[in-house]
Ligand binder design. Structure first.
Ligand SMILES: C[S@@+](CC[C@H](N)C(=O)[O-])C[C@H]1O[C@@H](n2cnc3c(N)ncnc32)[C@H](O)[C@@H]1O
Length: 150
């Protein structure tokens, strides 16, 4: 199985994922994240660190996850990420895409359910699961969308 961790950071999830699958692409636009990630995940030999989705063949990825990334982008930036994801995912490939729930965040007003559903219009939405992260002084919620390219 070939997996893409879109917005991988230093590889917090990439590292355990690499133990389960044949290849993981760890994509991050931030060079420093890639540099530190290569050190943090140095024991894994099946991680490909990349800065841009153009380095991945069209329709070649079985599964993609994009966690804690969309909130760092405007809606149009998120649209570009989703175009990348659509292009590289195989037909019937699946993705887990995490969006902030705006009511629980101070800044991410744009990610209403209506806007997210529009962003995901080229995918089939299989399920939506709300996850809650409790911090000392606040509770943040995210919606994890499991989608399929059909
Ligand atoms: C909060 S970190 C999350 C990292 C990882 N997904 C995790 O859950 O540990 C967000 C990461 O997304 C990356 N990122 C944000 N926007 C991006 C984009 N448009 N394309 C690729 N990476 C992006 C940032 O550089 C950063 O490393």
């Amino acid at each position: 199985m070939i997996v893409l961790d879109y917005g991988s950071g230093i590889g917090r999830i990439t590292k355990p994922m690499a133990k389960l699958v044949r290849v993981v692409y760890a994509l991050d636009t931030d060079e420093e994240m890639l540099r530190v990630g290569k050190i943090y995940c140095s024991e894994a030999t099946n991680i490909k660190w990349i800065q841009c989705a153009d380095e991945i063949l069209f329709s070649s990825i079985d599964f993609i996850y994009c966690i804690l990334v969309f909130q760092h982008n405007t809606l149009s930036g998120s649209q570009r990420i989703l175009e990348d994801i659509f292009r590289v995912l195989k037909v019937h490939g699946k993705a887990v895409l995490q969006f902030p729930v705006p009511e629980t965040h101070r800044y991410y007003y744009d990610y209403t359910e209506e806007n997210v559903t529009k962003l995901l219009s080229c995918f089939k939405i299989i399920s939506v699961r709300t996850v809650v992260k409790d911090n000392v002084d606040n509770t943040l919620a995210y919606r994890n969308y499991l989608v399929e390219k059909v």
